[in-house]
Design a binder for this molecule. Structure first.
Ligand code: GH3
Ligand code: MG
Ligand code: MG
Ligand code: MG
Ligand code: MG
Length: 299
């Protein structure tokens, strides 16, 4: 059930809205702006119904704070107010509200508008998931990764931090498909993805599937020797991972083993460095790892 947050200083209004909406939605509320912002951040509701006239922060001030924080700026806000004046309504939309409902309101109109906004929000979240999360492995997609790299690259330049990129590619993966079939190949891909993610530090474990059986592993702020240790561990963890191919005959299960090669590099980037040139180096290292016999890290 989707959650709606009501921020209103009038308990009467909160009760009224709750009565209208609680059959279809989980209703939470705050009678004051600051508290409302905290709840919005922690609970990530699918919609916020926001009053304008309140003691403490008024609706516009609440809106401004919601919009200026990364954790709340994507949440849709509907102003629900007794202020019956077109200039205020214009201002609300200008501030980023998705809708403006005047009190006294009709229960059916509130329901219909809320449903529309909630549906749009759900749809948007679904599209974002499809864009950013790879369905087969649950890892980040290429699109997410490219955005992430440009953000982190800049962050490392600004803070003089090391940026590390490892490019991992499964060895002789074509053979896996040829031997066990494409479906089994997909399971292997999924398993390798999970093992890689688990082998990285819990608080610094960005892995993306860039395409096919190639992955980017990104570590930010770790010194190079620590990075190479972690990446060696990742390579080893994949090699030690056994994937069991299920079989109808008990005792006839087959074990599929695969290895990966990883090429990578670490840099404390300066504004003159280009992320494309740096990526090309990691790619060359992968090429070397393949040429040197695979199942290894070249950094
Ligand atoms: P190398 O060690 O040189 O990387 O050899 P390789 O066989 O892994 O390399 P190659 O690039 O020739 O083959 C990659 C194979 O990965 C080809 C393709 O069929 C397979 N592949 C790519 N994406 C998928 C996928 O989503 N599922 C499955 N099952 N196979 C895939
Ligand atoms: Mg009020
Ligand atoms: Mg290849
Ligand atoms: Mg390969
Ligand atoms: Mg490949």
């Amino acid at each position: 059930m989707e959650t709606i947050l009501i921020i209103d200083d009038s308990l009467f209004n909160i009760q009224l809205l709750k009565g209208i909406l609680q059959k279809e939605y989980n209703i939470i509320y705050a009678s004051e702006g600051k508290k409302g912002i905290e709840i919005a951040r922690d609970m990530q509701p699918s919609l916020i119904l926001l009053d304008i006239e309140m003691p403490g922060l008024n609706g516009f001030e609440v809106m401004e704070r919601l919009q200026s924080s990364k954790e709340t700026q994507q949440l849709p806000v509907v102003f629900l107010t007794g202020v019956d004046d077109t200039l205020t309504e214009e201002k609300a939309f200008f501030c980023g509200a998705v809708d403006y409902i005047r009190k006294p309101f009709s229960a059916n109109v509130v329901c219909a508008r809320v449903r529309t906004h909630i549906n749009m929000f759900k749809y948007r979240k679904m599209l974002e998931t499809q864009m950013y999360i790879d369905v087969l492995t649950g890892l980040y997609t290429r699109k997410h990764c490219l955005d992430y790299i440009s953000r982190q690259w800049k962050h490392c330049i600004d803070n003089k931090l090391p940026f590390s990129l490892g490019i991992a590619d499964i060895d002789f993966f074509k053979r896996v498909n040829d031997t066990y079939g494409h479906q089994e190949g997909d399971r292997v891909l999924n398993s390798v993805a999970n093992v890689m993610k688990k082998a990285l530090p819990e608080d610094n474990n960005y892995v993306a599937r860039m395409g096919g059986e190639e992955f980017y592993l990104i570590l930010v702020g770790e010194p190079k020797d620590r990075v190479t240790n972690i990446i060696q561990g990742t390579c080893l963890a994949v090699a030690n991972n056994h994937i069991v191919k299920p079989c109808e005959e008990p005792g006839q299960e087959q074990e599929i083993k695969v290895t990966i090669s990883i090429g990578g590099s670490t840099i404390v980037p300066s504004p003159r460095d280009s992320v494309e040139a740096f990526t090309a180096i990691a790619d060359q290292m992968l090429y070397k790892a393949k040429g040197n016999g695979r199942n290894q890290v070249v950094w």
